[in-house]
Structure formats: structure tokens, C-alpha cells
Design a protein around this ligand. Sequence first.
Ligand SMILES: [Fe+2]
Ligand SMILES: [Fe+2]
Length: 195
Amino acid sequence: MSSDAAMSIRLPPECETALLERFLKAESMALWTVRSARLQDVPPNVYAFLRQHEEDEQQHLAQFETMIGRQPRERERLPTVPRQWPALAVQLYGYESLGLEFATLLVMLRPDLASIREDELVHVDFFEREILRILRGEAAAAEQATVSARAWWRKLPRTLDRYLEGAALDPYRPVLAERILAILEQRFRTTGLFT
Ligand SMILES: [Fe+2]
Ligand SMILES: [Fe+2]
């Protein structure tokens, strides 16, 4: 589904700094998650994609660092990601879908950053195809993916609140959170993660 059509909320220019700040955090988290995922036992085509994916996220992060003028806090350890591929695929798909919605918001205020959104679309499409492959494959793996999707979903409202922190975003947080939840729910239903 097109997130352009669904994301009709217009944010005022005062929200730009807050959004850029959120992106600095989110892109560094994306980068570390991809690095962590590359250390897991994933199918060969996924491993190949993750190399490109890591490069993209590294470049996105560098762009936000330049715009904001500082670096995110360094992590001491890579974040823990699920070891089993179906669960890991759901996590990557979920966070990339979330990233795409944020990129859609950002591009309204910063049309010059459209290439970041295009990369996020590529990431979401890739993991979506992997999710479809898992759901149509072995029953145990498909079951693991749907169980993981429900678990990821339960944590999503809190994740969203964190992603939407910042005084400038206060008046928009409830409506944005509701809208993003609705878009992601629709996405999970369409792929078959939610039945
Ligand atoms: Fe990114
Ligand atoms: Fe991404």
C-alpha cells in the first residue's frame, strides 16, 4: 500500500529539528540492528542484501550526523536480535516499515531527502518478499513468524512514543501514532502476518 496516500498529516516546519533528532537515533539503531543481523544464520540471499542494507543505513546516519552536527551515542554492544530467521525477518520488516513511515513524514518537510525514503522502500520491499516466502513455506517457520509479529506488535505503541519524542511533536503525537499503527496493521494483514 502507498504510505503517501495514508499519511495525510501535514507537520509544520517547527517539527523539522525534532524529526531530524529522531532520525539520528533511529538510523543508528537501524545500522546496529543490521550489523547484528549479519552475524546471525540467515539465508544466503538475505546475507547478500544485508551488506547493501548496512551501507545504506550507514550513509543515512552520516547524512543526519552532518545535518545535526553531532554523532549519536556509541553503543558498547550490538543490540540483541532473534536468532531464528523467521523471527528476525519479522523484526527487520517491522522496523523498516516503521522507518518508511517516518521517512514519509520527513520528506514532507525535507523534499531534498527523498532518496532516503526511496532506500527505505527498497528495504521494506525486500523483507516483505522474505516474509511472504516464510509464510508460504514450512508450517513451523510460518507459525514462528506470526507469533513474532504479534509479540513485536504489542511493543509497538511504546516504541512509537519513543520515536515521536520532542516538544514540537507533542500536539501531533496521538494522531501520528494512531495513523502509523493503522498503516502498519494494514501492512501486516496484507502480507498475512495477521490473519
Ligand atoms: Fe535508513
Ligand atoms: Fe532502512
